[in-house]
Structures are given as structure tokens and as C-alpha cells.
Design a protein around this ligand. Structure first.
Ligand SMILES: [Zn+2]
Ligand SMILES: [Zn+2]
Length: 403
């Protein structure tokens, strides 16, 4: 007669997918509930309550109200070992949803148009799986539910509140559902994955007057137009062509009538780059150009310049770990997209500055099901099959790292 072992047994990795697939209907339900109640940054109360209720139900130790609406869950394995952080952002966007689905947003003008409802769901699915499989890992997993990724940024206040301490997080991973990649692919890269985000607002102060008597005025529109053109030379002429950077003026307002010379012009824009060597560089060049052009016209200016998020930079060792796991989850090495990069930004960068880690993109577009609209589009939606894949990625990363 064969005896059946009841207590700690070696990890049967083939069970991981089966057990996660059994969670898939729950994942879809949670995601749809979250999708119906999207909330803007630092106002994620319903979302936080939803997360806390689930963690409570599953007997998972957690702390709420960190950086206003953030939550940290702590799940310990059955033996001492490293501490791995998993990060999920919680917030939605000020967009009116145009999807005609039964689970569409019930909050007017607010929508989960970036997939953060999916990120919360994947993190919850990971917590649920771990709560049922504690003997399978060493050390501790800390799941960090972070508010306000879309701005002004919840990562920094959460780190300042001590979420990476006690127990101290040794490494961190996170993912973004990514409609720029098809379902069944994962984008990973060691080094810079996403860009630094900087913002500026500039007001040109000229002198108004009659449209037919320009000699009595300082035309802020002419000054602004030259500045916009000159700013393009920063990337074209001051940046190494082998580096990547963007300077975009996204807003330009001036004037009131066809025959009035505008006294002031206002412009706003964004700067993006990957290499930390550019920290401070664009601010300096921007100011040199604005000041020089204004001086040559006798205009004055005011400039506000903000560094919002630093670049998202992955640690090589952690990126290799995530890549090897991705090859198991995707099953075809062709599905693992190397050197994936975007000029989009993310405040996951603050976590990656504090501890080594890896952020990666989980392909979620499915054009056959009309689920391929870009992020931040009023018809953004993703293939929910990616939810289980996300949980499997996290669980397998945990089993590989926490040993
Ligand atoms: Zn977004
Ligand atoms: Zn996002």
C-alpha cells in the first residue's frame, strides 16, 4: 500500500498553472468589480476597501492607509529567506469610458484606462495563491498596493512612509499590462525600460499693442514660435545620436484677436530620456534657449520646471530572473520580447532606485476581440487571459527568488 505524504512536500511546479487557472474566474470577477469603480490618485478608498476585505478574508497580515490609500500585505513562507516586494498601482484616469461592456465604469468621467484594475487583480491573485501555498517558499513576500501612479505619484510617499523597511525588501518586481504587445508576449529589458518624465510651463512676457504697429510692441507669439523651434535643437544637436530623448511642447496659448499683438504667450511641455546622465541637463538647456531668445527680443519670461519621475531602470540580475521565468510562462522564447522600451514614464522608478528589481510588460492586446486600443484611450480594454499569466509570472518569480 502506498502512503500519501500530507505535510511539506517538494514544489510540484506543474501544479502552479493548474492552480492559477482555477483562480481565473475569480480574477475576472475581481477585475470587473474594480473596473466598475475607478478612482483617481489618492482617492482610491473603494479600491483599498476591496483589497483589504480580500486580504482579511484570506487571513493575510496587512496595513492600510499608507500614503493615504496605499496598502502593504505581508506573506511569510515556511522558512527564513529573502524579502521580495511586488508592486501594483491602483489608480484610474479622468477619462469618460466609451466601452459598451456590462462592467463599464459607473463613475462619471473616471476610467481604468491604463489597466491598473488588472494590476490590483494580479497582485490579489498572487496573494490568494500564496495564502494557499505557504510551504512552497522561503522568506517573505511584501505586496505593495500603491496609489496615484498617474500623478502626482504615490511611490515616493509610500517609500517615505517606510514600506521597504521592516522587514527590509531585498528586491522588487512589478508589471504593466501592455496593449503595445499582443497577448502571449512579455517585454523585458535589463537597464532602462521606461523614460524619465520632466514637465515645464513657460510664460513669455512681451508687450502688447496694435497688430499693424509692431514697432511699438514686443510680440510674444514671435518669441514663443522661435523658442518652440529652438527647443527641437536640444535633441537634434546637443544629445548623442546614440541616446534617446524627446522634447515636446504640447500646449501653446497666446493672443485674443487677429489685429492685436499678444503681450504674453504660455507654453507647456514634457521632456523624456532614459539615461540618468541627463538629470538636470534639459532643464539647463531649456532655460538657456528661453533666456537667450527672450533677451534678443527684449522680452522677459517665467519658467517652472519639474522632475516628475526618474527613468525606470532594471537591475541586470533581477531582469535575468524575470526573463527566465517569462520563458517558462510563455513557453515559446519567441514570446519574450527583448530590448522592449518606451518613452512613457512610471513611478515604479522610485522603488527601483531604492532596491534592485525588475519592471516588465505583460502583453495584453487581442485585436481579434477588439481589445487593442492604446492605454489612456476611452475604449482601452485588455484580454483578461493576461490576468492569470500575470499571477503565474509573479508566483514563479517568487518561487525562484524566495528560496
Ligand atoms: Zn497610464
Ligand atoms: Zn499605467
Amino acid at each position: 500500500m502506498v502512503s500519501i505524504p500530507l505535510t511539506p512536500h517538494p514544489v510540484d511546479t506543474s501544479r502552479i498553472r493548474v492552480d492559477i487557472q482555477a483562480l481565473q474566474p475569480d480574477l475576472v470577477e475581481w477585475r470587473r468589480q474594480l473596473h466598475q469603480r475607478p478612482e483617481l490618485g489618492f482617492r482610491e478608498q473603494i479600491t483599498a476597501t476591496f483589497i483589504a476585505q480580500k486580504l482579511q478574508e484570506w487571513g493575510i497580515e496587512h496595513q492600510t492607509g499608507i500614503a493615504q490609500t496605499g496598502i502593504v500585505a505581508v506573506i511569510k513562507g515556511n522558512r527564513p529567506g529573502p524579502v521580495l516586494g511586488i508592486r501594483a498601482d491602483m489608480d484610474a484616469l479622468p477619462i469618460q469610458e466609451e466601452n459598451d461592456v456590462p462592467y463599464r465604469s459607473q463613475h462619471d468621467g473616471v476610467m481604468h484606462a491604463c489597466g491598473h484594475d488588472g494590476h490590483v487583480t494580479i497582485a490579489l491573485g498572487t496573494a490568494r495563491y500564496l495564502s494557499q501555498h505557504r510551504p512552497d517558499f522561503a522568506g517573505t513576500v511584501k505586496i505593495i498596493f500603491q496609489p496615484a501612479e498617474e500623478g502626482p505619484g504615490g511611490a515616493k510617499p509610500m517609500i517615505e512612509a517606510g514600506v521597504l523597511k521592516n522587514p527590509d525588501v531585498d528586491a522588487i518586481i512589478g508589471l504593466h499590462l501592455w496593449n503595445n504587445l499582443p497577448l502571449g508576449t512579455i517585454g523585458i529589458r535589463s537597464g532602462a525600460l521606461m523614460a524619465a518624465v520632466e514637465l515645464f510651463n513657460c510664460t513669455i512676457l512681451g508687450k502688447g499693442g496694435h497688430g499693424a504697429i509692431p514697432q511699438q510692441t514686443i510680440d510674444s507669439i514671435v518669441v514663443a514660435a522661435q523658442i518652440v523651434t529652438m527647443l527641437q535643437t536640444i535633441v537634434a544637436r546637443n544629445v548623442d545620436p546614440l541616446e534617446s530623448a524627446v522634447v515636446t511642447v504640447g500646449k501653446l496659448n497666446a493672443g485674443t484677436a487677429h489685429n492685436v499683438i499678444a503681450a504674453t504667450a504660455q507654453m507647456s511641455g514634457t521632456v523624456r530620456y532614459f539615461s540618468p546622465q541627463f538629470d538636470g541637463f534639459f532643464k539647463q538647456r531649456l532655460e538657456q534657449i528661453i533666456s537667450g531668445v527672450c533677451q534678443s527680443h527684449g522680452a522677459a519670461y517665467s519658467l517652472e520646471y519639474y522632475s516628475l519621475y526618474p527613468p525606470v531602470i532594471n537591475d541586470e540580475r533581477m531582469a535575468n530572473l524575470v526573463r527566465s521565468v517569462a520563458e517558462t510562462v510563455i513557453e515559446s522564447p519567441l514570446g519574450v520580447v527583448p530590448e522592449c522600451q518606451t518613452m512613457g514614464g512610471e513611478d515604479m522608478s522610485f522603488f527601483l532606485q531604492a532596491v534592485p528589481g525588475c519592471y516588465f510588460f505583460l502583453g495584453s492586446a487581442n485585436a481579434d476581440k477588439d481589445l487593442a486600443y492604446p492605454h489612456h484611450h476611452p475604449r482601452f480594454n485588455f484580454d483578461e487571459t493576461a490576468l492569470g499569466m500575470g499571477v503565474e509570472m509573479f508566483v514563479r518569480c517568487i518561487e525562484k527568488y524566495c528560496r
